[in-house]
Design a protein around this ligand. Structure first.
Ligand code: PPE
Length: 304
């Protein structure tokens, strides 16, 4: 699907027209994946658009940059403020927001510490990631033959551009096979993440999710769901998970900013079924929280 164009993109301190937000073909990050990014959503609320956990996302962006020795030339507060302004200028009620910090034009080669660090933020309307039906009835997942980047190959803790070429291989493999989403194991054979989501299962009424040490991204939606689950008195355990636990799960779902909370109805052709009661309860609270309809989670919303 083509990206729906909006008015402005913020680049290195300026709001530029959408069509003018261009970079040189010798930009370092284009060749080597040497950038870090975020995915954030803003939602329509009765008090106007609100960005969900904006400060937490920008803080993670700065942490990703730190891993790659990139000094972000703007503070968290500055990036939070321009993100809100960008959503306002583009007159969007709800949208997906993509900040990126990347090695720019000027140097080539694998010692990039003298290359410029550029920063841009774009936003555009983006509907459901895995389809409206997927959110309601669940999606079909398949374990990819590609393993997720290992902690000592490319740190999964950094949301780095280059990491996603691994996700792309997995996603394309399973979509070509007729499935909706890929699940990646780590090099030791434990479950990590979807191509762009964290994963949860329910077993004996308890929620389990792979730990970040297994190679899962420390997802902000994951953290929100863990908080909501605890508040609903469900127990959540971070532990290693093997593929047969997915097959035998009572319930399973993905979480992510783009994906939101998506039930998994099948893994490797083993039926899990329609979304179960715990998945539905968590979805209901999450979808209310992002719209500002839950007093206890008001702090997660940063109004434009
Ligand atoms: N794991 C991976 C590998 C991942 O990429 C994401 C986000 C998550 C887990 C969930 O993290 P969080 O968004 O903080 O809950 N993936 C982003 C990019 C997706 C894309 O297609 O681009 C996203 O959801 O924005």
């Amino acid at each position: 699907m083509p990206i729906p164009e909006v008015k402005k993109i913020w680049m290195n301190g300026k709001f530029v027209d959408w069509k003018d937000a261009k970079i040189h073909v010798l930009t370092h990050a284009l060749h080597y994946g040497s950038g870090v990014f975020e995915g954030i959503r803003a939602y329509k609320t009765k008090d106007g658009p609100a960005v969900f956990r904006l400060t937490d996302h920008i803080t993670r962006l700065e942490k990703s940059a730190k891993i790659y020795f990139m000094d972000v030339p703007y503070s968290v507060e500055e990036l939070v403020s321009v993100t809100k302004e960008l959503v306002k200028i583009n007159e969007l009620d709800s949208c997906y927001i993509r900040p990126i910090v990347y090695r720019g034009y000027g140097e080539m080669g694998l010692f990039p510490l003298n290359a410029d660090v550029d920063v841009a933020i774009a936003c555009w309307p983006w509907g459901t990631y895995l389809g409206d039906e997927g959110i309601k009835h669940g999606i079909r997942a398949k374990i990819s033959s590609y393993r997720r980047i290992d902690v000592n190959v490319l740190p999964p803790a950094a949301k780095a551009c280059g990491n996603y070429i691994n996700s792309i291989l997995a996603k394309v493999e399973v979509v070509k096979g007729g499935y909706d989403e890929a699940i990646l194991l780590n090099t030791h054979g434990y479950v990590t993440d979807g191509s762009g989501e964290n994963i949860f299962i329910v077993k004996d009424g308890v929620l389990y999710t792979p730990s970040i040490h297994a190679g899962a991204l420390e997802g902000i939606t994951r953290d929100s769901i863990m908080t909501i689950a605890n508040d609903l008195d469900y127990c959540v355990v971070e532990d290693n998970m093997v593929r047969s636990e997915l097959y035998l799960a009572e319930e399973a779902f993905f979480t992510g900013t783009a994906a939101e909370v998506v039930p998994i109805r099948e893994v490797d052709d083993r039926l899990i079924g329609e979304p179960g009661p715990i998945t539905k309860a968590l979805q209901a609270v999450y979808f209310d929280a992002i719209k500002g309809e839950r007093e206890e989670y008001k702090d997660w919303l940063e109004y434009v």
